[in-house]
Design a protein around this ligand. Structure first.
Ligand SMILES: [Fe+2]
Ligand SMILES: [Fe+2]
Length: 299
């Protein structure tokens, strides 16, 4: 196993206008940070790529990669759900145990996790939260965003420990809602977060099972440090929809003539373009997609 990541996580409970939120700050002793996004494995569904996600978790353990989970890790079809209970090859309580066993060796590499609509089914049916219980059993309840379906992580990238010139990235993870089966619809859904959150550099989401990305530049004016004259600034924002781990044949997508899931999970590297004393430009790179290939079989 590679050396464990040297990043440091701190958690802050903050109340704004009577609303509580848990804020996460990750300090990284370097100008680049690489992490992987887990989403939409749907363990328990007969089309889940079991051997792929098992291979993926072993890879993440070997590389010491930090991970974020955006939900729908379990299928969790209940009697009243849209999905059929007869299309599951693991029952819901076994699905949770399966995911717990899979994530246990890499639990300390977790940056944050949220629930998806499939985990939420249990909460709606019986007030039992699969995602909260999973986080608890993994000993990472402090990294579970339990009041909402989204979480914000502030990443503080520094060229060396104690540097006074950090590059701050603010990352928003959402599970996603709505159909979003066309490339445009999945991007529209992720762009909707802009109506709610300000100052986010990178938004990642799952749910639509697609591989879509976008970036945009926002322009603004702010006063200079001495409040003497206004200056222009731009801020580049990035959006990534992060795939799934499901096969097409015999799937819900095939039955409904929907596009097949993008059988991919994303490793994302963020950092800055210029390694100078004052760093202003941010960059993002999808290092590679952990996808169905000989090296990374997601089957
Ligand atoms: Fe999903
Ligand atoms: Fe979903």
């Amino acid at each position: 196993m590679k050396e464990m990541p040297k990043w440091k996580a701190e958690f802050f409970d903050d109340v704004l206008d009577g609303e509580w939120a848990r804020l996460f700050k990750i300090t990284v002793p370097g100008p680049i940070f690489k992490f992987i996004v887990f989403c939409d494995w749907h363990a328990g569904n007969e089309t889940c790529c079991y051997s792929g996600i098992e291979h993926l978790c072993r890879y993440v353990e070997k590389e010491g990669l930090p991970w974020v989970s955006l939900g729908d890790l379990v299928e969790n079809s209940l009697r009243e759900s849209a999905g059929s209970v007869f299309e599951q090859n693991l029952m819901p309580h076994t699905q949770e145990k399966y995911i717990k066993d899979l994530l246990y060796p890499i639990r300390n590499q977790c940056l944050g996790m949220i629930e998806g609509n499939h985990e939420y089914r249990s909460k709606r049916a019986s007030d039992q939260s699969i995602a909260a219980s999973l986080a608890d059993k993994l000993g990472i309840a402090d990294r579970y965003f339990h009041l909402s379906w989204e979480g914000i992580v502030s990443l503080d990238l520094r060229t060396y420990e104690g540097s006074r010139h950090p590059i701050t990235w603010t990352l928003l993870g959402v599970h996603g809602t709505g159909g979003g089966y066309s490339p445009g619809a999945s991007l529209n859904a992720i762009h909707k977060t802009e109506r709610v959150y300000e100052g986010i550099d990178l938004t990642i989401c799952g749910h639509s099972h697609r591989d879509s990305s976008d970036s945009t530049n926002l322009y603004g004016i702010r006063m200079n440090e001495r409040m003497q004259s206004p200056k222009q600034y731009t801020r580049q924002k990035f959006f990534q929809v992060c795939g799934a781990a499901m096969q097409y044949r015999k799937s819900y997508a095939q039955r409904k003539a929907l596009p097949a899931s993008a059988r991919e999970q994303f490793i994302i590297e963020i950092g800055c373009k210029r390694m100078q004393r004052v760093v202003s430009d941010k960059k993002i790179e999808i290092i590679y997609k952990y996808k169905n290939s000989e090296a990374f079989p997601l089957i």
